[in-house]
Design a protein around this ligand. Structure first.
Ligand SMILES: [Zn+2]
Length: 479
């Protein structure tokens, strides 16, 4: 037992030090490893399998709306990056450059893509000529590089994996429609698959993407009360089209600029899963995203019939579409339980000689640790039901946590006090001025997370300056 305890003991409790708890979980659940390049991580099998499930679920949803996947180079010539002024200014501070090919200095240095708007624009300027070439709805799965100063696994790394969708449309209306459509796909995916409730809204001018006309976002709240931007969708209007000369002839044979969008979701979402659902025993994965949904742990597995029964049950569960594994290693059951909890496998099935004699198994939920005894004849069906219930309850629990940590402030003193003392979202009215956002940032290190689509009228005055309010804003400290 001493060994079992040690395995779990090595995680710092989240109440004591949330940041250290997070680091412990990513390491002990074997999601990542550090490398010799600061800020770049190895994503290990347990972590990469989560990413593959994210990819699979998103890609299916994208393709249902007509998205086509492509792959573009990872290098962008400096002259191309500089074509759109706001865009280059936004990204310049964190761009990595390639200056040599072999021993030869390059004529023009190449940046390692921090995002690929400019490459897609270059491609579209060649591919689009007529209204018949529209719309273009491309996406790529790739990695991007942003030379961040402070890094944390999944949340902020110098190289990360993502998808970036880039579209071109004939009209402004169509581009806006696509921008919102993709935001809704992200929101549904987060809630239905990751069990993470989100607030949908628009970014302020200060917080929007470099070069965008409008940026829409989904914001979620982590267990420690900090916000996480979980997916963004940008409407570029015709700004990039004008900078890159992307024009088409319309039905009246007149030359028009296209209207563009881009949208992305990243490996950050693995960080979100950890910070929304995890506990002091480790990771807790929602069943729909979990690479392994159930693990069978044979008790006294050397006794006759135990392993055979475990294998028979595994086959039955697989047949029922459940992602299941049997832990046949020679570790003690206690150690296996601790490992299953650390890795966040949604349910474990314990089955030993006495259970087999009674034709039953014990099923334990990872999130609530609720134990039920189930007849072996209906194990697959019951486990399926437990996984569904767990998925729904995890979303509701995360929503209740978010709602309990969402506050309202109508004057600046209580606004600052709430931000400082109660981690979470603060809803407050805003006049629309950049100065007020800057003041909030300076006074309490919080930012405008979004102007939610579901607006409320909390008061007539801006919480910072007292001038007439234009929008209700969710404020918070963010990752
Ligand atoms: Zn104001």
């Amino acid at each position: 037992m001493a060994k079992d305890k040690k395995f779990v003991k090595e995680i710092t409790s989240m109440e004591e030090d949330f940041a250290q708890w997070y680091t412990d979980v990513v390491k002990k659940a074997e999601l990542i490893d550090y490398t010799s390049v600061k800020g770049c991580m190895v994503i290990k099998p347990a972590g990469y399998a989560i990413w593959e499930n994210i990819q699979h679920e998103l890609d299916r949803r994208f393709k249902e709306t007509g998205v086509e996947n492509v792959y573009l180079p990872m290098f962008i010539p400096e002259s191309l990056l500089q074509k759109e002024k706001d865009h280059v200014e936004g990204f310049a501070p964190e761009v990595a450059w390639v200056t040599h090919g072999g021993m030869e200095p390059l004529q023009e240095r190449l940046c390692v893509r921090p995002t690929s708007e400019t490459l897609f624009c270059d491609l579209y300027s060649k591919e689009i000529h007529s209204h018949r070439d529209l719309p273009k709805v491309y996406n790529q799965w790739c990695s991007v590089v942003r030379w961040e100063k402070t890094t944390r696994p999944f949340l902020r790394s110098r190289e990360f994996l993502w998808q970036e969708g880039h579209t071109a449309h004939a009209t402004a209306e169509e581009a806006e429609e696509r921008t919102i459509q993709m935001l809704n796909i992200y929101a549904d995916f987060c809630e239905e698959v990751l069990a993470i409730p989100v607030i949908k809204g628009q970014k302020t001018e200060k917080e929007k993407f470099a070069g965008a006309e409008a940026t829409y976002t989904i914001e979620s709240l982590m267990h420690d009360g900090k916000a996480l931007q979980s997916g963004t969708s940008h409407n570029f209007g015709d700004g990039f089209a004008k900078a890159f000369g992307i024009q088409y002839t319309d039905k009246e044979n007149k030359l028009q600029y296209v209207h563009q969008t881009s949208w992305g979701m990243t490996t950050r979402m693995i960080g979100a899963l950890i910070m929304v659902h995890g506990d002091n025993s480790g990771l807790v994965l929602p069943p729909r995203i979990a690479p392994v949904q159930a693990v069978i742990i044979p008790i006294q597995q050397r006794k006759e019939g135990v392993l055979e029964t475990a294998q028979r049950l595994e086959a039955q569960l697989k047949e029922a579409g459940i992602r299941v594994k049997t832990d046949e290693t020679d570790k003690s059951p206690g150690f296996k339980f601790a490992e299953q909890e650390m890795r966040g496998i949604p349910v474990r099935i314990e089955c030993g000689p006495k259970d087999i004699e009674a034709n039953q198994a014990v099923v334990v939920r990872r999130d609530t640790r609720e134990k039920v005894t189930v007849s072996l004849d209906e194990l697959a069906q019951k486990v399926g039901e437990i996984l569904e219930t767990m998925q729904g309850e995890m979303l509701e629990r995360a929503r209740a946590h978010r709602d309990a940590h969402t506050y309202v402030a109508t004057d600046y003193e209580s606004f600052k006090e709430t931000i400082n003392e109660k981690p979470g979202f603060v809803k407050a009215m805003w006049c629309g001025c950049r100065e007020c956002e800057d003041k909030v940032k300076e006074d309490v290190q919080a930012t405008a997370r979004c102007m939610p689509f579901e607006q409320e009228n909390l008061s007539d005055k801006c919480v910072v300056c007292g001038k007439p309010a234009k929008k209700m804003v969710y404020w918070g400290r963010a990752y």
